[in-house]
Write a new protein. Sequence first.
Length: 73
Amino acid sequence: MARVRYIGAEPVTVPELGSKTIQPDEVLEVPDARFEGYLCQPQTWESVEEPRADLPAPKKMTTVAKAATSKEG
C-alpha cells in the first residue's frame, strides 16, 4: 500500500477510508489503485511512499466476472 500525508489545516473525514477522521500532518496508507486520486489534490495531500512497482496492478472485479462467465458457456 502507498502512503500519503494530509497537509490541510483542519481535520477532515475521509469516507473512502471508513469515514475516518484525518488530522493535519497525519500519514496514512491508501490502496495503491487510489494513490493518484489523492495526489491529484496537491493542496491537500502529499506523497510519502509511492506504490511498489514490483507488485502487479490490482485486477478489476468486472474482468474476473467476465472471465468466469465466458468459461461457463
